[in-house]
Design a protein around this ligand. Structure first.
Ligand SMILES: Cc1ncc(COP(=O)(O)O)c(C=O)c1O
Length: 398
């Protein structure tokens, strides 16, 4: 079969290669005496979901409605729970019928959304680096991609002036995301305010991917729902995967301008039947009865962050202090640069020699090259074991 151009353009990329290396490592470990794999390459938390959510799912699991297709009308109780959460969380009143949509993960939502706005050859803007589904969604929509390059010297702040007015006028869609994966910076409300200001002035739909909204360690996470203009030009994606620790359950939602929500609903109507009613019961319970759950994890992540940074610094690996939970964003060391070793080569070598898997920053776009992402998704003891192995490898490598 000849793959479509869309599929070829998608490519397996750095992440596909990283996954294959992990599989190879596990295979070699099954026949040789190698360290156990410590996988710090996925933002999939080890922390537990709220028991109240699991109990709600358990109770609903055996109901025949839970195994039936779920039409959009049946998601109303979920949408009403979202309305209550938006009111408590942001003080914003949203309409459950017109401004809320259930998703099967925010990855699904952000990857499908460009199909609603972009025709083949239209221009969409992503940040570089950014979460891969942002780029993938643009490619699947056959869009032309502009990049807003985030730079360390600029505090990873988006420089909206880096595009000319003509470029802004050409855009139909832009995707932002703060707190930001992979740079682990919370960002600021004023950045989103400015994105929305540009969106309104240049008639660009503004998407904000916000699965980490409850995981700011310093400062407050921004939200599109506090900007002027989201009800005409904005849509924001939230997820149960990160702070509610329900990643495998595939639950998320969008809140946004009515025409954008209804357009995404139409696209999804051609593709899926929503998530099971049983899983929605878990999400409803999390929104209504586990409002504080995300906050409990912050001290755990803060300790993981601080102890890991300290352990890395002890042998000379200095990294910026992340202001959000879940990730460290590590510059590749000078000795690797001097040997012309890039982030992908470095992470491959680290995995091969130590069994510790990190993510090469270039997987998030060329703006991430020269960096590695370490996910704080294990208890401190395992993180310290991993960093001990990294230390031996570091000392032997230069
Ligand atoms: C920025 C961003 N968006 C979306 C996702 C995917 O989230 P979900 O599990 O809701 O699909 C991730 C996961 O790492 C992410 O970092």
């Amino acid at each position: 079969m000849t793959p479509s151009k869309r599929l070829s353009n998608l490519g397996v990329g750095v992440f596909g290669r990283n996954d294959r290396r992990k599989q190879d490592y596990l295979f070699r470990r099954s026949i040789a005496n190698l360290n156990p794999l410590i996988d710090l390459s996925l933002g999939s938390t080890d922390l537990p979901p709220p028991p109240v959510a699991l109990s709600a799912i358990e109770r609903a699991l055996f109901s025949s409605e839970s195994s039936a297709y779920c039409l959009h009308g049946a998601t109303r109780s979920f949408r009403e729970a979202v309305v209550g959460w938006c009111q408590r969380r942001f003080g914003v009143k949203v309409d459950p019928d017109r401004e809320v949509l259930l998703l099967i993960g925010s990855q699904e939502g952000t990857a499908h959304f460009p199909l609603t706005v972009l025709d083949s050859g239209d221009y969409g803007l992503i940040m570089d680096p950014s979460y891969p589904s942002h780029r993938a969604g643009m490619i699947l929509a056959d869009a032309k991609i502009e990049h807003l390059v985030l730079k360390p010297g600029f505090g990873w702040r988006p420089d909206f002036n880096s595009l000319t007015d003509a470029q802004w006028d050409q855009l139909k869609l832009m995707i932002m995301g703060f707190p930001h994966n992979p740079t682990a910076q919370v960002g600021e409300q004023s950045w989103l305010d400015e994105a929305m200001f540009r969106g309104v002035n240049h008639k660009v739909v503004v998407v904000h991917d916000n699965p980490y909204v409850d995981l700011a360690l310093e400062g407050e996470a921004p939200t599109l729902l506090r900007t002027n203009g989201w009800r005409e030009w904005g849509i924001e994606f939230f997820s149960f995967s990160k702070a509610w620790c329900l990643g495998g359950f595939r639950l998320a939602f969008a809140v946004g301008a009515e025409p954008l929500i209804s357009a995404l609903r139409e696209v999804k109507g051609a593709i899926d039947f929503n998530q099971s009613l049983a899983l929605q019961q878990g999400a409803i319970a999390a929104l209504n009865h586990a409002y504080e759950w995300p906050i409990k994890s912050l001290n755990i992540y803060r300790e993981r962050r601080d102890r890991s940074l300290r352990a890395l610094e002890l042998f000379g690996w200095h990294a910026p202090i992340p202001t959000m939970a879940l990730y460290l964003w590590l510059p590749i060391p000078a000795w690797a640069r001097e040997q012309n070793i890039d982030d992908e080569m470095l992470s491959a070598d680290l995995l091969e020699k130590t069994g510790v898997a990190l993510t090469p920053g270039s997987g998030f776009g060329s703006g991430g090259s020269g960096w590695l992402r370490l996910a704080l998704v294990h208890p401190v003891e395992i993180l310290e074991d991993a960093i001990g192995r990294i230390r031996s490898w570091w000392n032997a490598s230069h």
